[in-house]
Design a protein around this ligand. Sequence first.
Ligand code: SF4
Ligand code: SF4
Length: 473
Amino acid sequence: MAYIVNSDKAEEFIDHSEIEDTLAYAKAHEHDRTLIEQIIDKAALCKGLNHREAAVLLLCKEPDLVERIFALAREIKQRFYGNRIVMFAPLYLSNYCVNGCTYCPYHAKNKTIARKKLSQEEIAKEVIALQDMGHKRLALEAGEHPKHAPIDYILDSIKTIYSIKHKNGAIRRVNVNIAATTVENYRKLKDAGIGTYILFQETYDKENYERLHPTGPKSDYAYHTEAMDRAMEAGIDDVGIGVLFGLNTYKYDFIALLMHAEHLEARFGVGPHTISMPRICPADDINTNDFPNAISDEIFKRIIAVTRIAVPYTGIIISTRESEKSRKEVLEIGVSQISGGSKTSVGGYAEPTTESESSAQFDISDQRTLDEIVSWLLDLGHVPSFCTACYRMGRTGDRFMSLIKSGQIANCCAPNSLITLKEYLMDYASEETRQKAINMIEQEVEKIPNEKIKTIAKRNLQEIAQGKRDFRF
Ligand code: SF4
Ligand code: SF4
């Protein structure tokens, strides 16, 4: 196979030899100060890096240059995303699954986990519980099952979620993480008004992929790897990619992840909207000792820093799999979205389950409530944002990318983060968090560079205090 970036065939745009050659190239240059410095200088222009250049930075063994890589990641994070962190929560609809993924407790052969599928009434209860926490943005999760979770069930669930308006609450953006499917089904998802379509590759290494996915439709490597192409053909222009670090060697999957991003850009003119960074972690029936490729915190940080500078326009997401300590560190160097107050069991928001009844997909390391996380982010100097504006203003795909590339997005994100934080503090925050948020908003609103936007934002903030909701730039 040859490497063809804009091919429609998985084995050509994720060409194994290109990854191997890239690895060898990066290894050969791990002490090449001249080359590494050239790449860092190029990255400082904020136009991104290709997978070869990024691989060299990932493997760099010069301590002072590694420091420069981290410093640049911090700078780019600040420049494009400021101190805002967008909040979301996962919502698990069903954990019936026909696949045999060896690292996931939902795999079809696991007989110890409680299986559950939510009815539309139960989904409504979950959504009310999520709205009562203050969430506005969800990621829908469901196992693959033709009988228990067909596309019509997913579409009905999306409709239910958008229809619930409880007190001042509303879910304004539903991102969807369901199994690879057909162009026709992606069209239906698009018509249902989804935000981002998210699908993790798990690992890009075909041989390893096939070993980890021995049974079920997901075992088809090409069908899974080409899913984002079908989603984009169907008109979904915000897609979220990711790998589960620890399944395979991180170097291989990091390079392939960037090749996937380059492929989408080359073929459709728009790269991924987000990259998720999960790592393998313990769960029912899953022992992390079985995964010798599991990565350390140090490597995790390096991956995030190099991703931040290689694709400055792509949001980076981490979940509550990560501990408080790990989250704190990676927020500084590139992460722009985190989940908070998450339950990874089916129905876990309305009715928290005991461990023995648990239907959870993975163990949560960060168990804090959303309010505690918001409060913690404020203490660290971040602005928790519940913004969903772009998708609702039609700023998706290349429209979104051109705004972010020109830097204009900053005029939207900053006021939107303050407006949505104000809504949160008025409707959901504890007294302590409320006070911190008020102080943060007062300081941050003065930093909005555009005077006209600043004036409107101040007016909106006052109107929110008087009971109005849902302003956006
Ligand atoms: Fe099913 Fe997804 Fe878990 Fe695989 S990772 S077993 S497809 S829920
Ligand atoms: Fe995200 Fe757009 Fe809101 Fe900025 S304005 S936080 S890019 S939705």
